[in-house]
Design a protein around this ligand. Structure first.
Ligand code: F6R
Length: 596
């Protein structure tokens, strides 16, 4: 993960600091900045949030050069020593890096044997320690050639007015305008400052000064096309909400409705028709974390509409020996569009001839650029690390895509009444999504749950997929241990963990499954465990005693589980706030996972 920025121009420190604030979602273990002022480096570092850096920086209006970094620790503890930038032994060269240098131990040992001294444990320091006095392009290239792994690197020397750069697998973008150059891990830093930017490809490197950027690949100078920034300046604020996470949960209704409109546009119809021309025989949905959980629900819908579909965790894909050819549709789901594991599978599927469809929330992301086809979630910036509105958008997009693909499958194909009905009436039924539901009940449940050390989530069918996501949300922001499982699996092992110190959230969105949930909860109650039922179904009064709490959630139409998803997100949010955690920035995590 980590975010890097470079800047050449006026108000260098201010621009680097503002950029760091925008990239903070990529990691917030520590941050740092080095600027070159009249041939001397000024370096500022701090632990924790980027704002901790602000009162250390000496801001200067004059022209300057600098690099900055916000860290998600991979190699070495969260210490000032391991915070970037990192320096050559003579402290004349400073480096920031996003990615992982896999052969850093070998490189480090070699340097140590040559007498080079290290101050920290970071893999990036190893890159910096290859330099002395100044950087030439040849020297820079020779060091880059030694590196194995992933990197976006920026390097400056106190003897030059250039920033050197290189990229392999980690994102890096550059913008240039009127004697100002900016480098960044994502293009949000360019909004409002630049109209155009360059996207670096793997293997590209070079240098920039205030007037030009020189690009190289394979030791040859290359010219590159720039892209226009079409997005408006998008500033995300918390508005009336205490945290971005709660605000984003409340935006879900609008987000879902937008997707409903988007999926019915002629642009999407054309895209699906183009895909269908390939006689799709197999569909894979691929993602990580919440995006994978969304894919699980999508898979059920594709199967419901007659497709042979599977959902695979991106990080496990290569071990599944999956056959891919030009009749395989590979659907990559990613909020950020920058998740390393997901992008790695995208590259693999492309080489095997698969048809790659990206579903992402970030217009200029690597996934957007590399996919053969793209469906935009258009959920707006998601700032909170825990995905809420984007996850819901992914679920809705996958389900609607399955329905629409079926609908467009054949020329003159008329869906049977049931399916056609769903497609036609979907809008109306989807609008039942209720984001204001049960606020006080959910807060009370959160109070109850926050006293427990172990929380289980159970469900069956699609409710199991939802349980997985509910459990993920709870653990990542409340730090309570949590596990999700299909309700009938309890007796195959996990029941051994159930006692009075556990609480289980049982989910039921289908009336015909309520009996199974009741019997599972009886098994839990018999072992002293507490059970909370979250359901849209009717339950006979005689069964109320099987539950410590019952939360009735209103149905949200054909995707009747959506209101349950929102309730689970809110429960996790309230538990986190009761425990005084910052739900927007959970410990040890980052919003964009750009490392393996
Ligand atoms: C959990 C969460 C993560 C992401 C995962 C994939 O709340 O946000 O599990 O879903 O890291 O990220 P994207 O969707 O950006 O590929």
């Amino acid at each position: 993960m980590c975010g890097i920025i470079g800047y050449i121009g006026f108000e260098c420190e201010k621009n680097l600091y503002e950029g760091l604030k925008k990239l903070e979602y990529r990691g917030y273990d520590s941050s740092g900045m080095t600027t070159n002022r009249d041939g001397k480096f000024n370096t500022y570092k701090s632990i924790g949030r980027v704002e901790n850096l602000s009162n250390k920086i000496i801001f200067n209006n004059k022209n300057g050069i600098g690099i900055a970094h916000t860290r998600w620790a991979t190699h070495g503890n969260v210490t000032l020593q391991n915070a970037h930038p990192h320096f050559s032994e003579d402290e004349k060269i400073a480096i920031v890096h996003n990615g992982i240098i896999e052969n850093y131990i070998d490189l480090k040992e070699k340097l140590i044997s040559q007498g080079v001294k290290f101050y920290g444990e970071s893999d990036t320091e190893v890159i910096a320690k290859h330099f002395k006095k100044d950087i030439s392009l040849e020297k820079f290239k020779s060091v880059i050639d030694k590196l194995k792994g992933t990197y976006a690197i920026l390097a400056i020397s106190c003897n030059s007015d250039k920033i050197f750069f290189a990229k392999n697998k980690s994102p890096l973008y550059i913008a240039l305008d009127k004697e100002t150059v900016m480098f960044s891990s994502d293009i949000s830093c360019f909004f409002g400052k630049f109209d155009k930017f360059y996207t670096l490809e793997d293997g590209e490197y070079g240098f920039a000064d205030k007037n030009s950027i020189i690009f190289y690949k394979n030791s040859k100078k290359i010219s590159k096309q720039c892209n226009e920034i079409k997005s408006k300046l998008c500033i995300s604020s918390k508005g009336r909400f205490k945290h971005f996470m709660l605000k984003e949960i409340f935006e879900s209704k609008k987000v879902g409705n937008n997707i409903l409109k988007y999926i019915q546009t002629s642009k999407v119809t054309k895209l699906i028709n183009d895909i269908l021309k390939n006689d799709i025989e197999k569909i894979y949905l691929i993602g990580c974390g919440s995006a994978y959980n969304a894919g699980l629900i999508g898979k059920r819908f594709f199967r419901l509409y007659g497709y042979d579909a599977d959902c695979i965790l991106a990080s496990e894909f290569e071990h599944e020996n999956i056959f891919i050819n030009n009749k395989t549709l590979c659907i990559f789901i990613s909020q950020s569009g920058e998740t390393y594991d997901t992008l790695k599978v995208l590259d693999l599927c492309k080489t095997k001839g698969g048809i790659c469809l990206g579903i992402t929330n970030v217009e200029y992301s690597t996934l957007s650029q590399k996919s053969d086809y793209l469906l935009s979630l258009n959920a707006g910036v998601e700032k909170a690390v825990a995905s809420t509105k984007a996850y819901l958008a992914q679920v809705v997009m996958c389900c609607l895509l399955a329905i629409k693909m079926k609908y467009l499958s054949y020329d003159n194909y008329i869906l049977d009444n049931k399916n056609y009905d769903i497609y036609k009436r979907f809008g109306k039924e989807y609008y039942n999504l209720d984001i204001n539901l049960n606020e006080s009940n959910l807060k009370e449940i959160a109070e109850f749950i926050s006293c427990f050390k172990y929380v289980f989530y159970i469900g069956k069918g699609v409710d199991y997929d939802i349980a997985l996501e509910g459990s993920l949300k709870l653990k990542e922001i409340s730090y309570i241990f949590s596990l999700a499982l299909p309700c009938l699996e309890l007796k195959h092992g996990t029941l051994a963990l159930i006692d009075e110190n556990t609480v289980t959230i049982a989910i039921c969105s289908e009336q015909n499954l309520i009996d199974k949930i009741i019997s599972s909860s009886q098994e839990i109650k018999a072992r002293g465990g507490k059970v909370i039922l979250l359901t849209i179904c009717d339950i006979e009064e005689q069964y109320n005693k099987n539950f410590d709490r019952i939360i009735k959630v209103s149905s949200s139409g054909k995707l009747n589980f959506l209101n349950i998803i929102i309730s689970l997100q809110k429960i996790a949010y309230y538990v986190a706030t009761i425990k005084c955690n910052n739900p927007d920035m959970p410990k040890n995590l980052a919003k964009s996972v750009t490392v393996e």
